[in-house]
Design a protein around this ligand. Structure first.
Ligand code: PLP
Length: 397
């Protein structure tokens, strides 16, 4: 699908647009009326006929969620496992990688806080080593340093494609080529990417990819997913087993479920699953390439606008940048800037030093104010936001 987006209609179908300037889509985006209705209907059905019975009735919608996510990433429905957030999806993948003393995990400085904590715990438990590959001069993961660091002890490359803490877009497909050449498992955190930029697992060359529903996909809170390449399954030992992920074989053993289903748990919020499916379908129908062009353009416009303000400096790294924009206002703590914007009807958030351990160690710039427009954001909203930030900066001088 090509051509201009009908932003006015999309905004009319987004209740939150009426009240606030929502620049916190990297936190949780605004849901559409369609998604809201799909979830409300399912909840109503659960209350009316019973939760299990409602899940049976919603079978087609539930299957459609797997199909939509598969289409979004370029995989097949059986390669998708559903979770209640991206962290649990990522943990299901990471804790399933068999590791022994001396094995190496390679990662980059943009890695998400919870993943870093998991690396540290697993390194303590197993004796594996975590190697943080440096950035190149632009702030992306250094591909030459990564290629040089891969050796016979390397079991996993873990990369965050777009960090929680800035507009950087890491060269995920180039990392994939290095991983495939070396035959090393590649776990890609696409939490801030899904719904924002196009995703194609074939081009990326990853074995495992995780995403969340509530951010740029505009799904409900409490949803996430894992995509698993079928030929990676034999190299993974799922970290938990239960009645959804495996079947007792009548003896003292069990059989894993087919495909990615072996990472799932039995109980689920089907209200959320149906809502997630609705949101992903909407993203696909709008055309991810098309919405990506708009969010990138809005991000660039906001960055330019903020950088032009006296006393304001943006801190986004890399050559390829997305809709996440981070900035500091001289003399005003990030939380105060965010609070002042909130009072004036603008939703933003701030980065957290402890959630960006390797980046904090290296750059030490956090906390920053984080602005994240979506395709339903207007240029006027961005101009208003920049004017408010300019006023905050002026008062601080
Ligand atoms: C890059 C990145 N990875 C992982 C996560 C965790 O996602 P979730 O909160 O859905 O578990 C986040 C959340 O902000 C994130 O920004």
């Amino acid at each position: 699908m090509d051509g201009e987006l009908d932003v006015e209609t999309l905004r009319a179908r987004t209740p939150g647009c009426a009240h606030r300037i929502h620049l916190n889509n990297a936190g949780a985006a605004l849901m559409s009326t369609t998604t809201l209705a799909a979830m409300t209907d399912q909840l109503q059905l659960e209350a009316t006929i019973g939760g299990y019975e409602a899940a049976v009735r919603a079978r087609e919608h539930i299957d459609a969620t797997y199909a939509a996510l598969a289409e979004l990433v370029g995989g097949r429905p059986g390669e998708i496992a559903l979770f209640d957030n991206s962290t649990h999806a990522w943990n299901a993948a990471f804790y399933s990688v068999p590791l022994r003393p001396g094995d190496r995990i390679l990662t980059g400085r943009a890695e998400y806080g919870s993943s870093v904590l998991a690396y540290l715990q697993v390194a303590q438990r197993t004796g594996a080593e975590v190697v943080v590959v440096p950035d190149d001069e632009t702030g992306r993961i250094d591909l030459d340093a990564l290629a040089a660091a891969v050796d016979e002890r390397t079991r996993l490359i873990g990369l965050t494609w777009v960090p929680t803490s800035g507009g950087l877009v890491n060269p995920a497909a180039e990392v994939g080529r290095i991983a495939r050449e070396a035959g090393v498992l590649y776990l890609l955190d696409a939490t801030q990417v899904v719904g924002q930029l196009p995703v194609d697992v074939a081009e990326l060359g990853c074995d495992l990819l995780t995403g969340t529903g509530r951010k740029f996909l505009r799904g409900p809170r409490g949803t996430g997913f894992l995509w698993v390449r079928p030929d990676a399954l034999d190299r993974l030992d799922p970290h938990v087993v239960e009645i959804r992920s495996a079947t007792w074989d009548g003896q003292r053993s069990f059989r894993w479920a087919e495909g990615a289903r072996r990472f799932e748990t039995w109980e689920n919020s089907y209200v959320n699953v149906v809502g997630l499916g609705s949101a992903v379908r909407q993203a696909l129908d709008l055309g991810v390439e098309r919405t990506a062009r708009r969010v990138r353009a809005l991000g660039a416009r906001l960055r330019t606008g903020l950088d032009a303000v006296d006393g304001v400096r943006t801190h986004d790294q890399g050559v390829d940048r997305c809709a996440i924009v981070t900035a500091a206002v001289a003399g005003v703590p990030a939380a105060e800037v965010a609070g002042a914007l909130a009072v004036r009807g603008v939703n933003v958030s701030t980065t957290v030093p402890e959630h960006n351990q390797f980046d904090t160690e290296h750059r030490g710039v956090h906390p920053l104010v984080r602005f994240s427009p979506h395709y339903f954001t207007t240029g006027d909203e961005l101009d208003h936001c920049v004017a408010v930030v300019a006023e905050i900066a002026r008062l601080a001088r």
